[in-house]
Design a protein around this ligand. Structure first.
Ligand code: GLU
Length: 444
């Protein structure tokens, strides 16, 4: 592997590993098994139809491709990429593509299943999928990343498509990656069909058919949800203090948006370490530091703290916006916050969840809290297919509306059934899926 390329096209920090943290405790939980347990808990409560349980227990399709990539020094390396298509009862398969050293088929399966529930919960007409390639993007140059992306998409061939399976950015990928995907996919179509290629992915650069507001959408959605929670709890956003784990796309945009609303960012942790300032950290200056140095560590004016100290910081809200399995029984026991707003997918282990419940720490579960990204992806797909262009105010308004209604549904099930919000969120999603299977029946 060769040089590190930190070139970015936009104002956000480099994608590489800035959104990740390195702490994994014990043996990694089999992630897909965890999703199945979450499904089961909600399915029991709902008395969900057995056939729907069975269908959702396994992904509909799993694709694994191995392909060669020419590296800058002329050598060839082979890479293995996955696309797991979990369910498409509600619409085309939908979900991001992840580039990260920890990518595995188990992780991609879990992430695909979470996309199915996320889209069903917020009621957008998409199913769930996820893709990934196991490697560290910070170790590849930009031309290598481009060649890898193009070969991966070429290898997937017709397994993706605007009406069939629509990828998007995730950890380690961004708008630039999506632009390469459109271009590669288009090249596989006959010339007269190439205009259709635009809607094959979402999260494209705005200048290449993307939607305004897509880049900040996941972070914006996290903030919209925190605002709904704050309103219900009589907390003013200008008095709110918070901490963020992971300062990639989601962590940065959540912090940037919350700071604009007057909230105080007390501490941030990423793969390079953790920093704290009781006076508050400036999210934009921190992003600039990350762009220049590759991580939050060494940010001028902030105090360096340990992983344990980071979790112990007293604040109103903790936003995990990095990788899975970060809120464990141990770290959940350290937290001094009222709310965990899950920007990442799967940041809390079942043991961590139990400790949060015992300690009365509230949770906005991932499939609700980070759904802003896929919702604005849906807006992008609709605009591409209709040749339309919506402005930022319209995107923000529609996003807020969809999230507020999903939040209300989750709160109402949680209250009426007396269950935690994660189970309530799964229950809303599973009922939606059960409804469509009931109405359409199962072929033949
Ligand atoms: N990767 C994001 C997620 O986990 C966005 C997916 C999408 O926009 O399709 O929700």
């Amino acid at each position: 592997m060769t040089t590190t390329d930190t070139t970015t096209l936009n104002a956000t920090p480099p994608i590489k590993s800035a959104g990740s943290v390195a702490h994994h405790e014990g043996t990694p939980v089999a992630l897909f098994q965890r999703v199945q347990q979450q499904f089961e808990r909600a399915a029991e409560m709902l008395d969900l139809a057995p056939e729907v349980r069975k269908i959702l227990a396994r992904p509909a399709c799993e694709i694994s491709v191995t392909f060669p990539v020419r590296m800058d020094d002329g050598r060839f390396e082979t890479f293995t990429g996955y696309r797991v298509q979990h369910n498409n009862a509600l619409g085309p398969f939908k979900g991001g593509i992840r580039y990260h050293p920890d990518v595995s088929i188990d992780e991609v399966r879990a992430l695909a299943a979470w996309m199915t529930t996320k889209c069903a919960l917020v009621d957008i007409p998409f199913g769930g999928a996820k893709g990934g390639v196991q490697f560290d993007p910070s170790e590849l140059s930009r031309p290598e990343l481009e060649r890898l992306t193009r070969r991966f998409i070429y290898a997937l061939g017709n397994n993706i498509g605007p009406d069939y399976d629509v990828p998007a950015p995730d950890v380690g990928t961004d708008a630039r990656t999506m632009a390469w995907i459109v271009d590669t996919y288009a090249a596989t179509l006959p010339p007269q069909d190439r205009h259709r290629a635009l809607a094959v992915v979402t999260g494209k650069p705005v200048s290449a058919g993307g939607s305004v507001g897509r880049e900040k959408a996941t972070g914006q959605g996290v903030v919209d949800l925190i605002a709904l929670w704050a309103k219900d709890n009589n907390v003013s956003l200008s008095d709110l203090s918070y901490t963020v784990q992971g300062f990639g796309k989601v962590g940065f945009w959540a912090a940037h948006t919350l700071n604009k609303l007057g909230a105080t960012l007390i501490a941030v942790e990423d793969i390079t370490g953790a920093v704290r300032s009781t006076e508050g950290l400036n999210a934009d200056a921190l992003a600039e530091h990350v762009r220049q140095t590759g991580g939050v560590s060494g940010f001028p004016g902030a105090e360096a703290i340990s992983h344990t100290e980071f979790f112990e910081v007293t604040a109103d809200v903790f936003i995990p916006a990095a990788m899975e399995n970060q809120v464990t029984a141990e770290t959940a026991g350290l937290l001094n916050v009222r709310l965990v707003a899950e920007g990442a997918n799967g940041p809390t282990t079942p043991e961590g969840d139990a400790v949060l419940r015992e300690r009365g720490i509230e949770v906005l579960p991932d499939i609700l809290c980070n759904a802003g990204g896929v919702i604005v992806s849906y807006f992008e797909w609709v605009q591409n297919r209709g040749g339309a262009s919506w402005d930022a105010a319209e995107i923000d308004r529609r996003l807020q509306e969809i999230l507020a209604s999903a939040y209300q549904r989750v709160m109402s099930v949680s209250e009426t059934k007396g269950v935690d919000r994660r189970t309530a969120a799964y229950a809303v999603a599973l009922s939606r899926l059960e409804q469509v299977y009931e109405e359409r029946g199962i072929f033949p």
